[in-house]
Design a protein around this ligand. Structure first.
Ligand code: PRP
Ligand code: URA
Length: 209
């Protein structure tokens, strides 16, 4: 079973409380989503391998550690994942970026794919899939399925808020995937929204609706 990492650092909890607030407008919402994603990236990258190199300081030569050329692609699920991807890329700017366009059909709650553009060498890369909301888990499961069918190496999923139902779904269909979340909420409502959640992430990020 894929492990679930709850990243509940005080700074993340504080910022998450602001974006949950219905009175927070799109500008502040976007800025905070990006900041939280950057903070989460610190934990998501914790297992990156290091290698030793020799460098010259102003005083002496020293053995120093650098990231051992790990190939990564950050893959936002459109639309709402885009801002999180920017936040993560701040810490790993050499990563490539792929995009998967999915929306959740409001009546069936099933994901509908409308766009996909991925790095050509994705079979050599580990993927970090990002989406603020893990509700039924349908969108994340479909996006990961998609990447695996195209031969990606390994996948981590990073979300801000998850419902227990979404975590269970991803763990069931993709037991190899590690899931990183900033909060695990109570449950889904009858329309598939996370309670208490933050509402519709895409609409709040981009001011639609
Ligand atoms: C939201 C969210 C996820 C999905 C989560 O996207 O960003 O992609 O719903 O729900 P699920 O876990 O039940 O699949 P939405 O479909 O609203 O599209 P948008 O980002 O374009 O607004
Ligand atoms: N998508 C969202 O944007 N919010 C939810 O609560 C569930 C799905």
């Amino acid at each position: 079973m894929g492990s679930v990492h709850l990243i509940d650092h005080p700074l993340i909890q504080h910022k998450l409380s602001i974006i949950r607030d219905v009175n927070t407008g799109p500008k502040e919402f976007r800025e905070l989503v990006e900041e939280i994603a950057t903070l989460m990236a610190y934990e998501v990258t914790r297992d990156f391998p290091l290698e030793e190199v020799e460098i010259q300081t102003p005083i002496a030569t020293a053995k120093a550690k650098v990231i051992a050329g790990k190939k990564i692609a950050v893959v936002p699920i459109l639309r709402a994942g885009l801002v999180m991807a920017d936040g993560i890329m701040k810490l790993i700017p050499a990563a490539k970026m792929g995009h998967i366009g999915l929306y959740r059909d409001p009546s069936t709650l099933q994901p509908v794919e409308y766009y996909c553009k991925l790095p050509a060498d994705l079979h050599e890369r580990d993927m970090i899939v990002v989406d603020p909301m893990l509700a039924t888990g349908g969108s994340a499961a479909a996006a990961i399925d998609f990447l695996k069918k195209r031969g990606t190496k390994g996948v981590k999923l990073v979300c801000l808020i998850a419902a227990p139902e979404g975590i269970a779904r991803v763990q069931q269909v993709h037991p190899d995937v590690e899931i990183f979340v900033a909060a695990i909420d109570e449950r889904l409502d009858e329309n598939g929204y996370i309670i208490p959640g933050l509402g519709d992430a895409g609409d709040r990020l981009f001011g639609t609706k």
